[in-house]
Design a protein around this ligand. Structure first.
Ligand SMILES: C[S@@+](CC[C@H](N)C(=O)[O-])C[C@H]1O[C@@H](n2cnc3c(N)ncnc32)[C@H](O)[C@@H]1O
Length: 491
Protein backbone atom coordinates (compact mmCIF):
# COMPACT_ATOMS: atom_id res chain seq x y z
CA UNK A 1 0.00 0.00 0.00
CA UNK A 2 1.47 3.35 -0.85
CA UNK A 3 -0.56 5.60 1.42
CA UNK A 4 -2.96 5.67 4.33
CA UNK A 5 -5.50 7.05 1.87
CA UNK A 6 -5.57 3.63 0.26
CA UNK A 7 -6.28 1.82 3.49
CA UNK A 8 -9.21 4.12 3.91
CA UNK A 9 -10.26 3.57 0.31
CA UNK A 10 -10.27 -0.20 0.68
CA UNK A 11 -12.03 -0.02 4.04
CA UNK A 12 -14.79 1.90 2.32
CA UNK A 13 -14.88 -0.56 -0.56
CA UNK A 14 -15.45 -3.45 1.78
CA UNK A 15 -18.19 -1.94 3.82
CA UNK A 16 -20.77 -3.27 1.37
CA UNK A 17 -21.57 -6.83 0.25
CA UNK A 18 -22.38 -8.40 -3.23
CA UNK A 19 -21.56 -8.74 -7.13
CA UNK A 20 -19.62 -10.95 -9.52
CA UNK A 21 -16.01 -10.50 -10.51
CA UNK A 22 -14.85 -10.25 -14.06
CA UNK A 23 -11.55 -10.64 -15.84
CA UNK A 24 -12.38 -13.74 -14.38
CA UNK A 25 -10.69 -15.26 -11.44
CA UNK A 26 -12.61 -18.51 -10.98
CA UNK A 27 -15.83 -17.59 -9.25
CA UNK A 28 -15.16 -19.94 -6.38
CA UNK A 29 -12.21 -17.69 -5.55
CA UNK A 30 -13.61 -14.30 -6.16
CA UNK A 31 -15.69 -13.32 -3.19
CA UNK A 32 -18.70 -11.32 -4.17
CA UNK A 33 -18.52 -7.64 -3.44
CA UNK A 34 -20.07 -4.39 -4.48
CA UNK A 35 -19.07 -0.93 -3.53
CA UNK A 36 -20.64 2.45 -3.63
CA UNK A 37 -17.50 4.41 -3.10
CA UNK A 38 -17.85 6.43 -6.26
CA UNK A 39 -21.56 6.51 -6.77
CA UNK A 40 -22.64 8.38 -9.85
CA UNK A 41 -25.30 10.36 -8.07
CA UNK A 42 -27.96 12.35 -9.90
CA UNK A 43 -26.05 15.37 -11.02
CA UNK A 44 -26.60 19.07 -11.15
CA UNK A 45 -25.12 20.78 -14.12
CA UNK A 46 -23.91 24.24 -14.72
CA UNK A 47 -23.41 25.57 -18.17
CA UNK A 48 -20.62 27.93 -19.22
CA UNK A 49 -20.15 30.16 -22.18
CA UNK A 50 -18.16 27.65 -24.24
CA UNK A 51 -20.43 24.82 -23.31
CA UNK A 52 -18.54 23.30 -20.38
CA UNK A 53 -20.86 21.24 -18.21
CA UNK A 54 -19.77 19.49 -15.10
CA UNK A 55 -21.21 16.90 -12.83
CA UNK A 56 -21.30 17.56 -9.16
CA UNK A 57 -21.05 14.55 -6.96
CA UNK A 58 -23.89 14.54 -4.48
CA UNK A 59 -21.62 13.36 -1.68
CA UNK A 60 -19.09 16.08 -2.35
CA UNK A 61 -21.08 19.06 -3.47
CA UNK A 62 -18.34 21.43 -4.47
CA UNK A 63 -18.56 23.99 -7.19
CA UNK A 64 -15.62 23.54 -9.57
CA UNK A 65 -16.18 26.43 -11.98
CA UNK A 66 -13.14 28.31 -10.84
CA UNK A 67 -10.92 25.24 -10.87
CA UNK A 68 -12.15 24.31 -14.33
CA UNK A 69 -10.94 27.58 -15.78
CA UNK A 70 -7.66 27.74 -13.91
CA UNK A 71 -6.44 24.11 -13.99
CA UNK A 72 -4.30 23.01 -16.96
CA UNK A 73 -5.40 20.13 -19.19
CA UNK A 74 -2.75 17.40 -19.05
CA UNK A 75 -2.15 14.15 -20.91
CA UNK A 76 -0.96 10.74 -19.70
CA UNK A 77 2.29 11.29 -21.61
CA UNK A 78 2.97 14.53 -19.75
CA UNK A 79 2.45 12.73 -16.44
CA UNK A 80 4.83 9.85 -17.24
CA UNK A 81 7.70 11.20 -15.21
CA UNK A 82 5.57 12.14 -12.23
CA UNK A 83 5.75 9.88 -9.22
CA UNK A 84 2.68 11.34 -7.56
CA UNK A 85 -0.85 11.17 -8.80
CA UNK A 86 -1.79 14.53 -10.27
CA UNK A 87 -3.95 17.14 -8.57
CA UNK A 88 -5.33 20.43 -9.76
CA UNK A 89 -5.52 19.29 -13.37
CA UNK A 90 -8.10 18.35 -16.01
CA UNK A 91 -7.82 15.28 -18.24
CA UNK A 92 -9.82 13.84 -21.08
CA UNK A 93 -11.25 10.45 -20.19
CA UNK A 94 -8.82 8.50 -22.42
CA UNK A 95 -5.86 10.31 -20.88
CA UNK A 96 -7.06 9.61 -17.37
CA UNK A 97 -7.50 5.91 -18.18
CA UNK A 98 -4.07 5.67 -19.79
CA UNK A 99 -2.46 7.38 -16.82
CA UNK A 100 -4.33 5.19 -14.38
CA UNK A 101 -3.33 1.97 -16.15
CA UNK A 102 0.10 2.73 -17.53
CA UNK A 103 1.84 5.44 -15.54
CA UNK A 104 5.28 3.88 -14.89
CA UNK A 105 5.23 4.88 -11.22
CA UNK A 106 1.70 4.34 -10.00
CA UNK A 107 -0.12 2.77 -12.98
CA UNK A 108 -2.04 -0.47 -12.67
CA UNK A 109 0.32 -2.38 -14.95
CA UNK A 110 3.44 -1.06 -13.22
CA UNK A 111 2.90 -2.53 -9.79
CA UNK A 112 0.34 -5.02 -8.69
CA UNK A 113 -0.80 -6.59 -11.95
CA UNK A 114 0.03 -10.29 -12.17
CA UNK A 115 -1.15 -12.78 -14.74
CA UNK A 116 -1.90 -16.20 -13.32
CA UNK A 117 0.19 -19.07 -14.62
CA UNK A 118 -0.93 -22.61 -13.85
CA UNK A 119 2.66 -23.92 -13.77
CA UNK A 120 2.21 -27.38 -15.21
CA UNK A 121 -0.35 -27.39 -18.04
CA UNK A 122 -3.74 -28.86 -17.12
CA UNK A 123 -4.21 -32.44 -18.24
CA UNK A 124 -7.76 -31.93 -19.49
CA UNK A 125 -8.23 -35.52 -20.64
CA UNK A 126 -7.87 -36.76 -17.08
CA UNK A 127 -10.22 -34.17 -15.52
CA UNK A 128 -13.74 -35.43 -14.88
CA UNK A 129 -15.80 -32.50 -16.21
CA UNK A 130 -16.13 -28.71 -16.40
CA UNK A 131 -16.88 -28.18 -12.69
CA UNK A 132 -13.90 -30.37 -11.75
CA UNK A 133 -11.69 -28.19 -13.96
CA UNK A 134 -13.10 -25.15 -12.23
CA UNK A 135 -12.26 -26.57 -8.82
CA UNK A 136 -8.77 -27.56 -9.88
CA UNK A 137 -8.20 -24.10 -11.29
CA UNK A 138 -9.34 -22.67 -7.96
CA UNK A 139 -6.74 -24.74 -6.12
CA UNK A 140 -3.97 -23.75 -8.52
CA UNK A 141 -4.97 -20.13 -8.17
CA UNK A 142 -4.63 -20.31 -4.40
CA UNK A 143 -1.32 -22.16 -4.58
CA UNK A 144 0.00 -19.64 -7.10
CA UNK A 145 -0.89 -16.73 -4.87
CA UNK A 146 0.33 -18.43 -1.68
CA UNK A 147 3.73 -18.81 -3.32
CA UNK A 148 3.81 -15.15 -4.35
CA UNK A 149 2.78 -14.10 -0.85
CA UNK A 150 5.62 -16.14 0.65
CA UNK A 151 8.08 -14.12 -1.41
CA UNK A 152 6.34 -10.76 -1.16
CA UNK A 153 2.96 -10.30 0.47
CA UNK A 154 0.65 -7.91 -1.38
CA UNK A 155 -2.93 -7.41 -0.27
CA UNK A 156 -3.61 -5.32 -3.34
CA UNK A 157 -2.23 -7.84 -5.85
CA UNK A 158 -4.24 -7.87 -9.07
CA UNK A 159 -4.43 -11.35 -10.45
CA UNK A 160 -6.25 -12.42 -13.58
CA UNK A 161 -6.10 -15.18 -16.11
CA UNK A 162 -6.25 -15.34 -19.89
CA UNK A 163 -6.97 -18.22 -22.28
CA UNK A 164 -3.29 -18.21 -23.21
CA UNK A 165 -2.44 -19.25 -19.65
CA UNK A 166 -5.35 -21.54 -18.82
CA UNK A 167 -5.07 -23.53 -22.00
CA UNK A 168 -1.31 -23.49 -22.45
CA UNK A 169 0.16 -24.80 -24.65
CA UNK A 170 -2.99 -25.65 -26.64
CA UNK A 171 -4.26 -22.12 -27.20
CA UNK A 172 -0.81 -21.00 -28.38
CA UNK A 173 -0.69 -23.99 -30.69
CA UNK A 174 -4.10 -23.04 -32.07
CA UNK A 175 -2.85 -19.57 -32.98
CA UNK A 176 0.39 -21.06 -34.32
CA UNK A 177 -1.56 -23.37 -36.65
CA UNK A 178 -3.42 -20.38 -38.03
CA UNK A 179 -0.18 -18.42 -38.51
CA UNK A 180 1.80 -21.21 -40.16
CA UNK A 181 -1.05 -22.19 -42.50
CA UNK A 182 -1.53 -18.62 -43.65
CA UNK A 183 2.19 -18.04 -43.91
CA UNK A 184 2.63 -21.11 -46.07
CA UNK A 185 -0.33 -20.25 -48.24
CA UNK A 186 0.72 -16.73 -49.08
CA UNK A 187 4.27 -15.81 -48.07
CA UNK A 188 6.44 -18.92 -48.07
CA UNK A 189 9.14 -19.28 -49.46
CA UNK A 190 9.63 -15.65 -50.48
CA UNK A 191 9.42 -14.17 -47.01
CA UNK A 192 10.37 -15.10 -43.45
CA UNK A 193 7.69 -15.70 -40.87
CA UNK A 194 7.75 -12.53 -38.79
CA UNK A 195 5.42 -12.34 -35.82
CA UNK A 196 4.89 -9.25 -33.71
CA UNK A 197 3.00 -9.68 -30.47
CA UNK A 198 1.74 -6.56 -28.74
CA UNK A 199 1.16 -6.96 -24.99
CA UNK A 200 2.55 -10.42 -24.33
CA UNK A 201 1.75 -10.79 -20.61
CA UNK A 202 3.97 -13.56 -19.21
CA UNK A 203 5.37 -14.38 -22.67
CA UNK A 204 3.56 -17.72 -22.72
CA UNK A 205 2.04 -17.28 -26.19
CA UNK A 206 5.51 -16.62 -27.62
CA UNK A 207 6.98 -19.78 -26.07
CA UNK A 208 4.01 -21.96 -27.06
CA UNK A 209 4.05 -20.69 -30.66
CA UNK A 210 7.79 -21.12 -31.06
CA UNK A 211 7.77 -24.61 -29.48
CA UNK A 212 5.00 -25.64 -31.83
CA UNK A 213 6.67 -24.33 -34.98
CA UNK A 214 10.02 -25.88 -34.01
CA UNK A 215 8.42 -29.24 -33.31
CA UNK A 216 6.15 -29.40 -36.34
CA UNK A 217 7.96 -27.55 -39.11
CA UNK A 218 11.66 -27.01 -38.54
CA UNK A 219 12.16 -25.37 -41.90
CA UNK A 220 9.64 -22.68 -41.08
CA UNK A 221 11.08 -22.38 -37.57
CA UNK A 222 14.46 -21.50 -39.00
CA UNK A 223 12.82 -18.61 -40.80
CA UNK A 224 10.75 -17.41 -37.84
CA UNK A 225 11.31 -14.21 -35.92
CA UNK A 226 9.19 -13.25 -32.92
CA UNK A 227 9.09 -9.69 -31.63
CA UNK A 228 7.21 -8.57 -28.55
CA UNK A 229 6.14 -4.97 -28.05
CA UNK A 230 5.36 -4.61 -24.36
CA UNK A 231 4.49 -1.43 -22.47
CA UNK A 232 5.11 -2.72 -18.96
CA UNK A 233 8.76 -2.89 -17.83
CA UNK A 234 7.83 -5.49 -15.20
CA UNK A 235 6.14 -7.75 -17.75
CA UNK A 236 8.92 -7.22 -20.32
CA UNK A 237 11.41 -8.41 -17.65
CA UNK A 238 9.22 -11.39 -16.85
CA UNK A 239 9.01 -12.29 -20.55
CA UNK A 240 12.82 -12.23 -20.75
CA UNK A 241 13.09 -14.28 -17.58
CA UNK A 242 10.65 -16.89 -18.88
CA UNK A 243 12.47 -17.01 -22.20
CA UNK A 244 15.76 -17.77 -20.47
CA UNK A 245 14.25 -20.00 -17.79
CA UNK A 246 14.76 -23.47 -19.23
CA UNK A 247 17.06 -25.09 -21.71
CA UNK A 248 14.11 -25.58 -24.01
CA UNK A 249 12.92 -21.98 -23.95
CA UNK A 250 16.49 -20.63 -24.10
CA UNK A 251 16.79 -22.36 -27.47
CA UNK A 252 14.46 -19.72 -28.94
CA UNK A 253 16.60 -16.83 -27.73
CA UNK A 254 18.02 -15.90 -31.13
CA UNK A 255 14.58 -15.72 -32.70
CA UNK A 256 13.12 -13.38 -30.10
CA UNK A 257 13.30 -9.67 -29.48
CA UNK A 258 11.48 -8.07 -26.55
CA UNK A 259 10.91 -4.37 -27.03
CA UNK A 260 9.78 -2.56 -23.91
CA UNK A 261 7.73 0.21 -25.44
CA UNK A 262 4.15 1.27 -25.86
CA UNK A 263 2.82 0.63 -29.31
CA UNK A 264 1.81 4.29 -29.31
CA UNK A 265 5.49 5.28 -29.20
CA UNK A 266 6.40 3.06 -32.15
CA UNK A 267 8.48 4.84 -34.79
CA UNK A 268 10.14 2.12 -36.91
CA UNK A 269 8.94 1.38 -40.42
CA UNK A 270 8.52 -2.38 -40.96
CA UNK A 271 8.20 -3.03 -44.66
CA UNK A 272 8.26 -6.85 -44.44
CA UNK A 273 5.02 -8.80 -44.36
CA UNK A 274 4.30 -9.77 -40.76
CA UNK A 275 1.58 -11.11 -38.50
CA UNK A 276 0.58 -8.80 -35.69
CA UNK A 277 -0.94 -10.45 -32.60
CA UNK A 278 -3.03 -8.50 -30.11
CA UNK A 279 -4.64 -10.82 -27.58
CA UNK A 280 -6.62 -9.18 -24.82
CA UNK A 281 -4.86 -5.88 -25.30
CA UNK A 282 -7.57 -3.72 -26.90
CA UNK A 283 -9.66 -3.98 -23.76
CA UNK A 284 -7.23 -1.85 -21.77
CA UNK A 285 -6.85 0.85 -24.42
CA UNK A 286 -8.07 4.27 -23.30
CA UNK A 287 -11.51 5.31 -24.48
CA UNK A 288 -13.11 8.72 -24.64
CA UNK A 289 -16.56 9.51 -23.34
CA UNK A 290 -19.19 11.32 -25.33
CA UNK A 291 -22.77 11.95 -24.42
CA UNK A 292 -25.51 13.44 -26.55
CA UNK A 293 -28.01 16.20 -26.07
CA UNK A 294 -31.32 14.35 -26.43
CA UNK A 295 -32.97 17.29 -28.20
CA UNK A 296 -30.27 18.36 -30.65
CA UNK A 297 -28.42 15.00 -30.71
CA UNK A 298 -25.15 16.94 -30.61
CA UNK A 299 -22.23 15.29 -28.81
CA UNK A 300 -20.26 16.51 -25.82
CA UNK A 301 -16.93 15.10 -24.75
CA UNK A 302 -16.18 13.99 -21.21
CA UNK A 303 -13.21 14.48 -18.96
CA UNK A 304 -12.33 14.59 -15.31
CA UNK A 305 -11.10 17.39 -13.11
CA UNK A 306 -8.97 16.41 -10.14
CA UNK A 307 -9.14 19.01 -7.42
CA UNK A 308 -6.64 20.02 -4.76
CA UNK A 309 -7.92 17.26 -2.45
CA UNK A 310 -7.57 14.59 -5.14
CA UNK A 311 -11.34 14.37 -5.63
CA UNK A 312 -12.66 13.58 -9.10
CA UNK A 313 -15.30 15.66 -10.89
CA UNK A 314 -16.56 14.53 -14.25
CA UNK A 315 -17.26 17.27 -16.78
CA UNK A 316 -18.52 17.47 -20.35
CA UNK A 317 -17.62 19.97 -23.01
CA UNK A 318 -19.43 20.76 -26.23
CA UNK A 319 -16.11 21.14 -28.03
CA UNK A 320 -14.79 17.78 -29.12
CA UNK A 321 -11.04 17.30 -29.31
CA UNK A 322 -9.71 16.31 -32.77
CA UNK A 323 -9.23 12.63 -31.87
CA UNK A 324 -12.77 12.05 -30.62
CA UNK A 325 -14.21 14.11 -33.47
CA UNK A 326 -12.27 12.04 -35.99
CA UNK A 327 -13.46 8.78 -34.48
CA UNK A 328 -17.09 9.85 -34.79
CA UNK A 329 -16.49 10.95 -38.39
CA UNK A 330 -14.65 7.79 -39.41
CA UNK A 331 -17.26 5.57 -37.79
CA UNK A 332 -20.06 7.43 -39.50
CA UNK A 333 -18.39 7.19 -42.89
CA UNK A 334 -17.11 3.61 -42.57
CA UNK A 335 -20.00 1.76 -40.95
CA UNK A 336 -21.63 -0.78 -43.20
CA UNK A 337 -24.47 -1.33 -40.74
CA UNK A 338 -26.22 0.76 -38.08
CA UNK A 339 -24.23 1.05 -34.87
CA UNK A 340 -25.70 1.42 -31.38
CA UNK A 341 -26.17 4.90 -29.92
CA UNK A 342 -26.78 5.91 -26.30
CA UNK A 343 -29.73 7.89 -27.70
CA UNK A 344 -31.36 4.54 -28.42
CA UNK A 345 -32.91 3.39 -31.70
CA UNK A 346 -34.09 6.27 -33.92
CA UNK A 347 -37.76 5.17 -33.83
CA UNK A 348 -37.88 5.58 -30.03
CA UNK A 349 -36.09 8.90 -29.85
CA UNK A 350 -39.25 10.99 -30.30
CA UNK A 351 -40.88 9.31 -27.30
CA UNK A 352 -37.76 9.44 -25.19
CA UNK A 353 -37.20 13.14 -25.75
CA UNK A 354 -40.79 14.02 -24.77
CA UNK A 355 -41.88 14.65 -21.17
CA UNK A 356 -42.04 12.80 -18.77
CA UNK A 357 -39.22 10.58 -20.11
CA UNK A 358 -37.05 13.41 -21.29
CA UNK A 359 -33.54 13.62 -19.92
CA UNK A 360 -31.34 16.41 -21.11
CA UNK A 361 -28.42 14.13 -21.94
CA UNK A 362 -27.91 10.52 -22.89
CA UNK A 363 -25.78 8.19 -20.82
CA UNK A 364 -22.13 8.40 -21.80
CA UNK A 365 -20.83 6.32 -24.65
CA UNK A 366 -17.24 5.08 -24.44
CA UNK A 367 -15.59 5.37 -27.84
CA UNK A 368 -12.37 3.46 -28.68
CA UNK A 369 -10.21 6.39 -29.70
CA UNK A 370 -6.90 4.73 -28.77
CA UNK A 371 -7.85 1.68 -30.78
CA UNK A 372 -8.34 3.90 -33.82
CA UNK A 373 -4.90 5.38 -33.14
CA UNK A 374 -3.48 1.87 -32.92
CA UNK A 375 -4.86 1.21 -36.41
CA UNK A 376 -3.06 4.39 -37.49
CA UNK A 377 0.21 2.94 -36.14
CA UNK A 378 -0.40 -0.30 -38.04
CA UNK A 379 -1.19 1.60 -41.20
CA UNK A 380 1.77 3.94 -40.94
CA UNK A 381 4.52 1.61 -39.69
CA UNK A 382 3.37 -1.91 -40.56
CA UNK A 383 1.87 -1.53 -44.04
CA UNK A 384 2.21 -5.25 -44.81
CA UNK A 385 0.88 -6.53 -41.48
CA UNK A 386 -1.88 -9.04 -40.92
CA UNK A 387 -3.69 -8.48 -37.67
CA UNK A 388 -4.83 -11.34 -35.43
CA UNK A 389 -6.73 -9.81 -32.52
CA UNK A 390 -8.89 -11.35 -29.86
CA UNK A 391 -10.90 -9.64 -27.15
CA UNK A 392 -14.12 -9.46 -25.16
CA UNK A 393 -17.13 -8.67 -27.33
CA UNK A 394 -19.31 -7.97 -24.30
CA UNK A 395 -18.82 -7.67 -20.57
CA UNK A 396 -21.34 -8.07 -17.79
CA UNK A 397 -21.42 -5.73 -14.79
CA UNK A 398 -19.90 -2.77 -16.57
CA UNK A 399 -20.25 0.80 -15.29
CA UNK A 400 -23.27 2.73 -16.67
CA UNK A 401 -23.07 3.76 -20.32
CA UNK A 402 -22.79 2.33 -23.81
CA UNK A 403 -19.69 0.24 -24.52
CA UNK A 404 -18.79 0.96 -20.90
CA UNK A 405 -15.88 -0.65 -19.06
CA UNK A 406 -15.72 -2.90 -16.08
CA UNK A 407 -13.78 -1.19 -13.35
CA UNK A 408 -12.58 -3.43 -10.58
CA UNK A 409 -9.84 -4.00 -8.12
CA UNK A 410 -8.76 -6.85 -5.93
CA UNK A 411 -8.12 -6.55 -2.24
CA UNK A 412 -7.13 -9.42 0.02
CA UNK A 413 -8.00 -11.79 -2.84
CA UNK A 414 -11.50 -10.41 -3.22
CA UNK A 415 -12.68 -8.73 -6.39
CA UNK A 416 -14.28 -5.34 -5.94
CA UNK A 417 -16.13 -3.77 -8.85
CA UNK A 418 -16.89 -0.05 -8.78
CA UNK A 419 -19.22 2.14 -10.82
CA UNK A 420 -16.96 4.71 -12.46
CA UNK A 421 -13.48 4.77 -14.03
CA UNK A 422 -12.64 7.92 -12.07
CA UNK A 423 -11.12 6.18 -9.08
CA UNK A 424 -7.75 6.13 -7.38
CA UNK A 425 -5.26 5.72 -10.22
CA UNK A 426 -3.32 2.48 -10.41
CA UNK A 427 -5.48 0.32 -8.19
CA UNK A 428 -8.24 -0.53 -10.62
CA UNK A 429 -8.29 -2.55 -13.78
CA UNK A 430 -10.35 -0.68 -16.37
CA UNK A 431 -11.28 -2.88 -19.30
CA UNK A 432 -13.69 -2.45 -22.14
CA UNK A 433 -15.75 -4.65 -24.41
CA UNK A 434 -14.98 -4.30 -28.12
CA UNK A 435 -17.77 -3.77 -30.62
CA UNK A 436 -16.28 -5.93 -33.36
CA UNK A 437 -18.75 -4.73 -36.00
CA UNK A 438 -17.74 -1.13 -35.47
CA UNK A 439 -14.03 -1.67 -35.13
CA UNK A 440 -13.87 -3.95 -38.14
CA UNK A 441 -15.25 -1.10 -40.25
CA UNK A 442 -12.96 1.46 -38.64
CA UNK A 443 -9.95 -0.83 -39.20
CA UNK A 444 -10.89 -1.29 -42.85
CA UNK A 445 -11.29 2.45 -43.33
CA UNK A 446 -7.97 3.30 -41.69
CA UNK A 447 -5.83 0.53 -43.22
CA UNK A 448 -7.66 -0.21 -46.46
CA UNK A 449 -7.39 -3.95 -45.70
CA UNK A 450 -10.01 -6.67 -45.75
CA UNK A 451 -10.98 -8.53 -42.63
CA UNK A 452 -12.84 -11.37 -41.07
CA UNK A 453 -14.53 -11.40 -37.67
CA UNK A 454 -15.52 -14.60 -35.95
CA UNK A 455 -16.40 -15.73 -32.47
CA UNK A 456 -13.58 -17.05 -30.34
CA UNK A 457 -15.40 -20.36 -30.23
CA UNK A 458 -15.58 -20.65 -34.04
CA UNK A 459 -11.92 -19.74 -34.39
CA UNK A 460 -10.86 -22.33 -31.83
CA UNK A 461 -13.17 -24.93 -33.32
CA UNK A 462 -11.49 -24.40 -36.66
CA UNK A 463 -7.84 -24.23 -35.65
CA UNK A 464 -7.46 -26.15 -32.38
CA UNK A 465 -7.05 -29.87 -31.84
CA UNK A 466 -10.08 -29.79 -29.61
CA UNK A 467 -9.39 -33.28 -28.24
CA UNK A 468 -6.48 -31.79 -26.27
CA UNK A 469 -8.79 -29.77 -24.06
CA UNK A 470 -11.66 -32.22 -23.70
CA UNK A 471 -12.55 -33.44 -20.21
CA UNK A 472 -13.50 -37.07 -19.56
CA UNK A 473 -17.24 -36.44 -19.93
CA UNK A 474 -16.73 -34.72 -23.31
CA UNK A 475 -17.02 -31.09 -22.13
CA UNK A 476 -14.53 -28.71 -23.66
CA UNK A 477 -13.66 -25.59 -21.65
CA UNK A 478 -11.54 -24.15 -24.50
CA UNK A 479 -14.73 -23.97 -26.56
CA UNK A 480 -17.22 -23.07 -23.87
CA UNK A 481 -15.29 -20.55 -21.80
CA UNK A 482 -14.74 -17.13 -23.32
CA UNK A 483 -18.09 -17.21 -25.08
CA UNK A 484 -18.05 -13.43 -24.93
CA UNK A 485 -14.85 -13.11 -26.95
CA UNK A 486 -14.33 -12.60 -30.69
CA UNK A 487 -11.46 -12.46 -33.15
CA UNK A 488 -10.61 -10.00 -35.88
CA UNK A 489 -8.21 -11.07 -38.60
CA UNK A 490 -6.84 -9.39 -41.69
CA UNK A 491 -7.46 -11.59 -44.72
C1 LIG B 1 -4.53 -8.45 -20.38
S1 LIG B 1 -2.84 -8.57 -20.74
C2 LIG B 1 -2.85 -9.84 -21.98
C3 LIG B 1 -1.57 -10.59 -22.00
C4 LIG B 1 -1.44 -11.68 -23.07
N1 LIG B 1 -1.68 -11.16 -24.41
C5 LIG B 1 -2.35 -12.85 -22.78
O1 LIG B 1 -3.36 -13.00 -23.49
O2 LIG B 1 -2.05 -13.61 -21.85
C6 LIG B 1 -2.54 -7.07 -21.65
C7 LIG B 1 -1.10 -6.91 -22.08
O3 LIG B 1 -0.99 -5.80 -22.97
C8 LIG B 1 0.08 -4.95 -22.55
N2 LIG B 1 -0.21 -3.62 -23.12
C9 LIG B 1 -1.26 -2.83 -22.83
N3 LIG B 1 -1.20 -1.68 -23.53
C10 LIG B 1 -0.11 -1.75 -24.32
C11 LIG B 1 0.49 -0.85 -25.26
N4 LIG B 1 -0.02 0.35 -25.49
N5 LIG B 1 1.63 -1.24 -25.89
C12 LIG B 1 2.17 -2.45 -25.64
N6 LIG B 1 1.66 -3.33 -24.73
C13 LIG B 1 0.54 -2.99 -24.08
C14 LIG B 1 0.05 -5.11 -21.05
O4 LIG B 1 1.20 -4.69 -20.39
C15 LIG B 1 -0.15 -6.63 -20.95
O5 LIG B 1 1.04 -7.33 -21.20
Amino acid sequence: MDSPVLNQLFRQLFRHPACQSLRRPPSSLSRQTRTFLTRRTPTKRKSQGDGMLWSKRGDYPKNIDEEYWSYPTVTAKELRNRRERPRQVKMLTREFIDDSLYNPHYGYFSKHATIFSPGEPFDFNSIEDGPAFHRLLGQRYTEFEDLLDEKKPDIARQLWHTPTELFRPYYGETIARYLVSNYKLTLYPYHDLIIYEMGAGNGTMMLNILDFIRDTDYEVYQRTKYKIIEISPALADLQTKNLLDTLNSKGHRDRVEIINRSIFDWDTYVHSPCFFLALEVFDNFGHDTVRFNTRTELPQQGGVLIDADGEFHEYFNTQLDPVAARFLRVRQAASRRPFPSPLGPWYLRGIRSAPPFRKEFSLPEYIPTRLMQFFDVLNQYFPAHRLVASDFSSLPDAVPGLNAPVVQTRYQRRTVPVTTPFVHQGYFDIFFPTDFNVIEDVYRAVTGKLTQVMSHEDFVDRWAYVEDTETRNGENPLLTWYKNASMLMTV
